[in-house]
Design a protein around this ligand. Structure first.
Ligand code: FSO
Ligand code: SF4
Length: 542
């Protein structure tokens, strides 16, 4: 196997014998094959669009789901991958019959089989290392990981009835381009930047989907203690799943808690009407082994960030959507989009209440609408010098000890600075009680990783208010933590918006070859992190 798509990749170079995330070599090669056939399918759909033949939304959704299923920590069930590969091949063969010009199609578009043994054989030959040139490989993977991140955001928007043919067409064009040996490095670089542009579009679409359906996030205190009733814990990012679960648990005596990236659900007006939606339990994804054990009740993983479960709670772990783990019950969706969560509810009734981890509350809900409502206050604070600088510290948390840098960095920041955050990175400092500046909290949490879009909107608004010609003239520094592929699309989106001097940690992506990294340094002045002291000095003096 060879996989280097996430920040925790072995030795910062690549997982070659087993994934640090728990991905086995078999699972890795099946994911490689699923990506390969999905690229082939995308080449066909791209050609069909060129022939003005149109592509059904269901085909777009197959591609989106295939990509999402291969995101780090999303799905650990080999059988799911065999099924998705065979379904994709069948779909591909069907669409091929509609395509007039097939002469330029690649092997990925034309290859097919229905024999598992042939799938197994093929899967060994189509991985990342099949691209020999290290710079081409680096750019291809950068584009693919960005598009994987996009797929997650599209899937959530789709669940709420929002879609966009232009974004789907781009995703497929981008995947198809990674099969094209004739593209130059420059062409691949411009495709990378275009991926960032579409990333902004997809985050905007999801923002519209979320806010239209559930209202605008608002300043909210979220309880981090526990109640007396048994609970169901919901993790991941899918708000629609949470909504269905809240409806089905109403009046059952079961409480519902959020975990990790689901915390921002509390900020939406639509979820506040549920009295049994009581709080957030625990921290970011990587602490789940301890926290799921002490939760005592069923846990629903709606998206990625599954850590292979311990036997002590495996029978309480349920998956849905793109998530999956062999041996855990998977909740499926019927043709009307309905999911039946009664297995979790029945199990919860037999469980004890969660064991208390902590008490108190955390404050969040500072997505664009809420921050813009405070705009006058914020602008006054900047003008008076009460706020000297904003630090965008969005992104991900992870298990490496080196990430304590972010807690130390947040603690060391001068008192006249404000942290803008989104994603699970916030758990490194959202319980530190960093205080406020004239009533403006020093940690403003916009929401999930996709709500980084809000942070971009806030920056653009400040640029307008201060009548600046360049967003980089704002007193905003970017010290971003990353883990998986959604952070890649967030990064590419920020680059598309023209943001420079982004620092990325705890380590730079292994999939950036020295030459590709050089391009990012030359054009965007991207950097890594060093020590809290040195970085603070560098950021405050820039
Ligand atoms: Fe991932 Fe990061 Fe949003 Fe976390 S980008 S790791 S659990 O912030 O979640 O999807
Ligand atoms: Fe390794 Fe990350 Fe790939 Fe898992 S997703 S195999 S940890 S690089």
């Amino acid at each position: 196997m060879f996989c280097y798509q996430c920040q925790e990749t072995a030795h910062c170079t690549g997982c070659t014998s087993y994934g640090v995330c728990g991905k086995s070599p078999e699972l890795a090669r099946l994911q490689d094959l699923l990506i390969y056939v999905t690229k082939g399918l995308s080449q066909i759909t791209t050609a069909l669009r060129q022939e003005k033949k149109g592509v059904e939304p269901s085909v777009n959704h197959t591609i989106t789901l295939n990509l999402f299923t291969t995101i780090t920590n999303a799905n650990f069930d080999n059988e799911v991958f065999y099924t998705r590969i065979l379904d994709t091949l069948a779909l591909k063969n069907n669409l091929l019959t509609k395509l007039t010009h097939q002469e330029d199609l690649s092997e990925a578009a034309l290859w097919t089989s229905s024999e598992r043994s042939e799938l197994d054989q093929k899967s060994l030959t189509v991985g990342v290392l099949a691209t020999e040139n290290e710079d081409v490989r680096s750019l291809r993977e950068l584009i693919i990981y960005g598009i994987k991140g996009l797929s997650a955001y599209m899937k959530h928007a789709n669940e709420l009835g929002f879609d966009d043919e232009t974004i789907n067409a781009f995703m497929q064009k981008g995947l198809s381009a990674t099969l094209d040996d004739s593209l130059s490095i420059d062409e691949l670089i411009s495709l990378t930047l275009e991926t960032g542009k579409v990333g902004v579009d997809a985050m905007a679409l999801l923002d519209t989907a979320n806010t239209t359906t559930y209202g605008h996030p608002e300043m909210t205190k979220v309880n981090i203690g526990v109640g007396q009733n048994p609970g169901i814990l919901v993790s991941g990012h899918d708000l629609k799943d949470l909504e269905q679960l809240l409806k089905q648990t109403k009046g059952t005596g079961i409480d519902v808690y959020t975990h990790s990236e689901m915390l921002p659900a509390h900020y939406y007006p639509a979820f506040k009407k549920y009295d049994h939606f009581v709080g957030n339990y625990g921290n970011a994804w990587h602490k789940q082994k301890e926290e799921f054990e002490s939760f005592n009740g069923p846990i629903l993983m709606t998206t990625n960030c599954i850590v292979p479960p311990k036997a002590s709670y495996k029978d309480r772990l349920f998956t849905t959507g793109a998530a999956g783990f062999v041996g855990c019950t998977h909740i499926t969706q019927d043709a009307n989009g309905h999911k039946d969560f009664s297995p979790l509810i029945e199990l919860a009734k037999t469980c004890t209440a969660p064991t208390e981890l902590e008490q108190g509350s955390i404050l969040g809900g500072f997505a664009h609408n809420q921050v813009l409502a405070l705009a006058d206050q914020v602008v006054d604070a900047v003008k008076s010098g009460a706020i000297k600088k904003f630090f965008v510290m969005a992104g991900c948390d992870g298990r490496q000890a080196s990430r304590n840098y972010y807690t130390d960095f947040a603690k060391a920041l001068p008192k006249d600075t404000v942290i803008l955050t989104a994603g699970c990175a916030k758990y490194k400092y959202n319980k530190l009680n960093l205080g406020d500046i004239n009533g403006i909290p020093r940690v403003l949490d916009a929401g999930q990783c996709n709500d980084s879009y809000s942070l971009a909107l806030i920056a653009l608004k400040l640029k307008e208010v201060f009548a600046l010609s360049d967003i980089n003239e704002l007193p905003i520094a970017f010290n971003i933590a990353w883990y998986e592929q959604k952070a890649v699309i967030v990064l590419l989106s920020l680059l598309h918006l023209g943001i420079k001097n982004i620092h990325l940690g705890p380590t730079l992506p292994a999939f950036l070859s020295p030459n590709v990294l050089n391009v990012l340094i030359t054009h965007f002045n991207i950097g890594g992190i060093t020590s809290v002291e040195d970085d603070l000095e560098m950021f405050m003096n820039n």
